[in-house]
Every structure is written in structure tokens, then in C-alpha cells.
Design a binder for this molecule. Structure first.
Ligand code: BG6
Length: 511
């Protein structure tokens, strides 16, 4: 937050209100309220602001404030314990209105409530509506806001933040867009993808575009292949109901991983502003080479975790998880090979993978460089000399470069070493949570790190035919993997070369 503090001053943030639909839900408690509280502690909220929780429960302002305190105590414990007085002050900015999202009349009451608060607290009607609700309610809530004029900007700007998944496929994404656009302009719609809010994802752009030595080799001439991994140790937990209709492709690939890929592969924007950056990243998504139905099985590996004994304990298989169909074919793991048909990347393969119940929680991008044209020291290498640039998003965030060095002593023995920068070495610099950054950006009207409609459409356009192919071809296998392993062996076959494998990310980033 240091960085943000330097650039953004409280005085530059307009007085405003934030309405959170679904304030009693998991996302609000785990992520949104802690992020807002942290912004408050960092003195990044405006002088006059109100957070209006909208939920289906009937409860008093006082009960809601107690609920918010309890959520913060649970999910922001260190901050709450260190700053009890600030919590007391913060809580006075929290309000509540019962809203049944499907009941139009409740929006009339919400409108009245906002008007009353606006007068009482002298806050203009500059409002963010955060849709922290199940996706099937997005259209309904938007329609109800429109119906009661809660979208009109004559008395102050209005913005909506829409969580992923944005649509269930290309058609529904386009349809949802149309519905939202019937009352909100594109510049009022903030489609959140929290991966773009991660400090270390933004740093990919800085690494590339502010250094003379990375960008010249960042292309098909010097890059052999790119790997993007987002592995998770956890299973689906209590989210089986949602996850079983989604799967790893919709949950992680269509949004987070393709957005990261776009940042890794995009051209430098001519200037650093929201539209220029998003213009470049969408071009990458539009250049993804479509995977034809008869190519799906060779390029996309899907798999599901099964019951496994790990350290003498039984780990549930996916089909045994709560709210998951016992014969579910939903994938909890994806590995795929894809290509970007443009001048920079030509036929260079990108490999992306994500999965649940894997051995480590790691998100990283690995740029594998082509070997030197003539291997003078080949016979003397202790291990094969590999040149890689590793962009570590999480954990141990940072950047590392791997290369071969002479082992001291007689002769010319070569071994791989690693030159690494760790964010943790920057003393007193805290990496802020993605939601803090993204909420603040929306408050100041900066949509750079939010997905634009054309980007969402382009990624669905790429993903949809794969999902359709799976649906229409029951014989395309879904593989199975034990918990606490790196997924099915078939994922390695994507490289089409027995010597290549996924880089094991459990290898400590620190050399
Ligand atoms: C969410 C997915 O969008 O991202 C989850 O719905 C996933 O299934 C999460 O666990 C991963 O986010 P992060 O920031 O922990 O990598």
C-alpha cells in the first residue's frame, strides 16, 4: 500500500457510497470487508463515505455492525487486534438495508434509504454497486436498479462491479452484457478479475516494459515455450454446488489464466492508460488459435481428483465433496497447450495448467528460452543448462533468472544457478491484497485492471468450443489423479517431447 499511498491521496478520492449486494455472503466477509477496512487504515477512504450492506436477512443496523465486526475479527484478525479504535470508528460508516434481490419493491426502499442517508450524511449520490451475489442474480439486480433510477448519473456517477464468472459461455456473456448495457454504459461496468489486482501480475508489465534486457528477447526468436501454472492445495470445500456447474475451465482458465497470459504476451502499449493497455491485451485474446473439435483431446487434458490417503488421512475425492454429483465429470484440473497467432509469438507454444488438491499453492509464469545456438560446454554440464525467466506471482513473489555458470575449479563444468529478486527483500513494503487495489481503482474511476467486454467475449470465444466438444463427445477422457500429486501423467504428453516436462513448482523459488 506504500506505493498507492504515494500516488493517491485521500483528498483526491471523492466522497461516495458503496452498496454491497450479498453482504452476508462468503466473498464479502472474507475479501471485501477486510479490503475496505485496510483501505480505511491506510487512510485511503474519502472523508465522507458509507458502506451499505444489502442482504436478504432482516436485521438492525446494530446487528449488522456486530456481524461486520465479527467478520473482520475472523478474516482481518491482525489488523483488528492492532487497531481496535480504528475499527470502532470504521464501523460507524457501515449501514444495512434488507434487500431481497428478486423483489422489485425492495429496490424502491433501497432508493429511499440511499436518498435519506445521502441527505443525513451529506454524501453525494456517487455510488458503487458491488454484485457479490450468485451470477444468476446479476441481470435481476441490474434490472431492478435501472427500474428505480438507481443507475442515473444526473445526481452523481454510478458504477457496478460484477464478479466472475461473467456469463456461462459466449452466448450468455453477450446476453448479460446486453442486459447490463440497457442501463449502464461500458465505462460504468467494472468486471472484476482479482488476478489483475495482484501486485505481482502488474509487475509483469513493469518487468517487461521498463527494462532494456527482457523485452528484446521476449518473442518467438528467443523464447522456446511459456508455462503458466496456478496450482492450489485446497479442494473445492463448501463450494461444490457452484463448482460442479463450473469446473476448472470456467473457474480459472477462462478468466484468471487467460488474463495473465494476455499480460505476458501483449505488445507494449503506446501510452500507459486504461484503454491503451486493454487494447493490447484484448488483441492477444483475439489472436488465440482456435482449438478445433478434433484437436481438443491432444491439446487439452482434463482431470478430477480422487479419494487418496495422504499421511494416513483420507482425503475426499471430488465426487465425495458436498453438493457434487456422485458421477460428476466436472474437471478440477486442466492442462492445455495453446498458440497465439501473431507476429511476436508465431508457433511458440504456451502451456497453462491449474488444479485443486495439488501439492503446493503456486502461481507462476515461466519463460523458457531457447538454448544457445552452439553448446560448447554440452559434455561438461552437470545438469542440462536451462535458461528461464520465472515470474513468481505467489508465494515468495518475485522474479528469477536461471542460467548456467562455471563451477569453480579446474576444467569447465557448468551448472544451473539462479539470480532472484524477492519482494520480501523490500523492507517495509507490504504487498496489498488484490481486492484493496481493485476497489480503490473503482473508487477513483480507473478501470485499467478490470476486464473489458471485448476481452471477456474473446476469451469465451476461445474456451466455448472446447467446452462444447467435451459436451458432445463423451469419449474424450477425463483423467483422475490422487490428491497431493501434480495431476495426471497425460499432462506431460502435451509437450510432445519425452524430455520436456512441467517445471516442478515445488522447487523452492529461492535457489
Ligand atoms: C477464484 C476461484 O476466482 O480464484 C477459486 O473461484 C480459486 O476456485 C481462486 O480458488 C484462486 O485465487 P488465488 O488468489 O487464491 O490464486
Amino acid at each position: 500500500m506504500e506505493e498507492l499511498n504515494k500516488n493517491i491521496h485521500k483528498s483526491s478520492i471523492e466522497d461516495q457510497m458503496l452498496v454491497i449486494f450479498g453482504v452476508n455472503g462468503d466473498l464479502a466477509k472474507r475479501k471485501l470487508l477486510p479490503a475496505i477496512f485496510q483501505l480505511f487504515l491506510d487512510k485511503l477512504l474519502p472523508t465522507r463515505f458509507a458502506i451499505i450492506g444489502a442482504g436478504s436477512q432482516e436485521k438492525s443496523e446494530e446487528t449488522n455492525r456486530n456481524d461486520v465486526s465479527a467478520a473482520l475479527l475472523q478474516f482481518s484478525k491482525p489488523a483488528v487486534e492492532s487497531f481496535p479504535d480504528e475499527l470502532e470508528e470504521f464501523i460507524h460508516h457501515i449501514y444495512y438495508q434488507k434487500v431481497n434481490n428478486q423483489n422489485e419493491d425492495d429496490f424502491r426502499s433501497l432508493n429511499e434509504y440511499i436518498t435519506r442517508l445521502s441527505t443525513q450524511l451529506e454524501i453525494p449520490k456517487k455510488i458503487i454497486y458491488y454484485f457479490s451475489i450468485p451470477p444468476f442474480l446479476y441481470e435481476i439486480v441490474a434490472a431492478n436498479l435501472i427500474k428505480y433510477g438507481l443507475n442515473t448519473e444526473s445526481d452523481g456517477w454510478k458504477r457496478i462491479i460484477v464478479e466472475k464468472p461473467f456469463g456461462y459461455n459466449l452466448e450468455t456473456a453477450i446476453d448479460l452484457d446486453k442486459k447490463l448495457r440497457s442501463g449502464f454504459n461500458e465505462d460504468q461496468i467494472y468486471r472484476i478479475d482479482h488476478y489483475l489486482g495482484k501486485e505481482t501480475v502488474q509487475n509483469i508489465m513493469v518487468t517487461r516494459f521498463s527494462n532494456g534486457f527482457f523485452e528484446p528477447i521476449w518473442n518467438r526468436k528467443y523464447v522456446d515455450r511459456v508455462e503458466i501454472t496456478a496450482s492450489e492445495k485446497i479442494g473445492v470445500g463448501n463450494r461444490g454446488g457452484y463448482y460442479d456447474t463450473s469446473g476448472a475451465m470456467r473457474d480459472m482458465v477462462q478468466n484468471h489464466l487467460l488474463q495473465v497470459l494476455a499480460v505476458v504476451a501483449m505488445e507494449p502499449p503506446s501510452i500507459f492508460d486504461s484503454e491503451s493497455i486493454r487494447n493490447e491485451s484484448v488483441k492477444v485474446l483475439q489472436s488465440l488459435r482456435p482449438i478445433k473439435p478434433n484437436e481438443v483431446a491432444q491439446n487439452v487434458v482434463r482431470a478430477q481428483y480422487i479419494q487418496t490417503v495422504v499421511d494416513d488421512e483420507i482425503q475426499k475425492g471430488y465426487r465425495q465433496e458436498k453438493d457434487v454429483a456422485p458421477n460428476s465429470k466436472t474437471e478440477t484440473y486442466i492442462a492445455m497447450r495453446l498458440f497465439i497467432d501473431n507476429w511476436r509469438w508465431g508457433d511458440i507454444p504456451f502451456y497453462i495448467r491449474t488444479g485443486k488438491q495439488l501439492p503446493e499453492q503456486v502461481t507462476e509464469v515461466v519463460i523458457h528460452l531457447k538454448p544457445a545456438p552452439h553448446q560448447l560446454f554440452k559434455q561438461r554440464c552437470v545438469a542440462q543448462s536451462t535458461n528461464m525467466i520465472i515470474l513468481r506471482i505467489n508465494p515468495d513473489a518475485g522474479v528469477a533468472v536461471d542460467f548456467g555458470m562455471k563451477i569453480p575449479g579446474a576444467g569447465y563444468k557448468v551448472q544451473n544457478v539462479n539470480m532472484a529478486f524477492h519482494y520480501s527483500d523490500l523492507a517495509h513494503t507490504k504487498i496489498s491484497e488484490a481486492y484493496e487495489r481493485l476497489l480503490l481503482d473503482c473508487m477513483i474511476g480507473d478501470s485499467t485492471l478490470y476486464a473489458r467486454a471485448d476481452a471477456v467475449r474473446a476469451s469465451w470465444k476461445f474456451i466455448d468450443p472446447i467446452l462444447q466438444t467435451w459436451k458432445n463427445n463423451a469419449d474424450i477422457p477425463i483423467y483422475f489423479y490422487d490428491c497431493n500429486t501434480w495431476g495426471p501423467k497425460e499432462a506431460d504428453f502435451l509437450f510432445g517431447n519425452k524430455e520436456l516436462k512441467w517445471r516442478p513448482p515445488f522447487k523452492k523459488f529461492k535457489a
